[in-house]
Design a protein. Structure first.
Length: 354
């Protein structure tokens, strides 16, 4: 016979489990031990050696990307999702929730398929903003635990050292990982969108900029997202300052119609640590003021064709999104809603940041 207290205890257990009482703690890359770094890196290399998953089913099929390469790896498949969904996950309300979800799905894949036993690390780029080129992130050439340094500019900016010096990528064409330090990435771009074209990229992701984001925009989800993601914001600047794959530049092997942009930026393993940091800043903002917790606002349609329309809809135009909006997973993972990931210790998530 089930006593009342047994029912109560059982209920309490389920309640506790579903409500994330023991969240994973995401830590900064340089606080990880050498073994922990090697474990993350070897799991990534393992994903890049697993075969293509035929379940990959592009949803958007934009005409500015190449088609699926069935000879690619499982890592390439995950990159391809970001290429396919590019226009619905950037400059729309999905930017923050999709990338939060994407980092978690990636971590799950590292664990389930490749023996990763940690939690997603982040790169605190604010700490390196004063001198990104000389950052310790890019000075660890250990072939097992080091991220490697800057690319060789006489060899298509391919990274010549560290654990990813032979990291094989399939999109937009076969190449190995590239990094090309670019301090002023905005010169020559549309000056109505990039209004400060000579700005140094690292000026936009300093600690004082992070503080401005975390402590500002109280109750203003749109304002927070746009400051982070908008033109010359911290998110894009980190992508651009690393250039190469993270900057979405086309490799020399690419077809002539290759379109540079955010699409294949997940080729760069640092992508995941960059987006964990973007997520951390969002998390810090969400927890900085109760008016920020759980709020969401944004449209579903990218509106970046000109400055006038962008000014009205910087995080997407109608139809508007809600916490119930479903995020596409291209057949690779189970689909989730925005509401499933709005809180890192509820829904399908259970982690905090150190
Ligand atoms: Cu992205």
């Amino acid at each position: 016979m089930l006593t009342l207290s047994a029912v109560f205890l059982f209920g309490l257990f389920c309640f506790a489990h579903a409500n994330c009482t023991n969240p994973a703690v995401r830590r900064e890359w340089r606080t990880l031990s050498t073994d922990e770094r090697a474990n993350w890196i070897s799991a990534i290399q393992c994903l890049s050696e697993l075969p293509h998953d035929p379940a990959l089913t592009p949803y958007v099929n934009p005409d500015d990307i190449v088609s699926v390469n069935a000879s690619g790896s499982y890592y390439d498949d995950i990159v391809y999702m970001h290429m396919d969904l590019n226009h619905i996950i950037h400059f729309t309300g999905l930017f923050l929730p999709f990338h939060r979800w994407y980092v978690q799905m990636y971590e799950n894949a590292l664990k389930e398929k490749c023996g990763f036993n940690g939690t997603s690390p982040y790169w605190n780029w604010a700490a390196d903003a004063p001198d990104v080129y000389e950052s310790t992130m890019f000075q660890d050439f250990n072939p097992v635990s080091g991220l490697g340094g800057w690319g060789n500019l006489s060899d298509d900016a391919q990274v010549p050292n560290g654990a990813f010096s032979d990291f094989q990528l399939s999109y937009p064409s076969y190449h190995t990982l590239r990094r090309n330090f670019t301090l002023q990435p905005y010169i020559g771009l549309d000056p109505t969108l990039f209004t400060n074209p000579y700005e140094d990229a690292n000026a936009t992701f300093t600690q004082s900029e992070v503080d401005k984001m975390v402590n500002g925009f109280v109750g203003d989800y749109k304002g927070f997202q746009v400051y982070m993601e908008g033109f010359e914001g911290a998110h894009g600047s980190v992508h651009e300052i690393l250039g190469g794959d993270l900057g979405g530049t086309c490799p020399s092997t690419a077809p002539a119609n290759c379109t540079p942009g955010p699409t294949f930026s997940a080729n760069e393993p640092i992508f995941w640590m960059h987006h964990a940091m973007v997520d951390k800043v969002w998390y810090d903002w969400q927890t900085a003021n109760s008016a920020n917790a759980g709020i969401f606002y944004g449209g579903s349609v990218q509106m970046i064709d000109n400055a006038t329309i962008y000014a009205e809809y910087p995080n997407g135009g109608p139809p508007m999104l809600s916490l119930d909006s479903v995020m596409h997973a291209d057949g690779m993972f189970e689909e989730s809603t925005v509401g499933d990931v709005i809180n890192t210790t509820a829904g399908i998530l259970c982690y905090i940041y150190e």
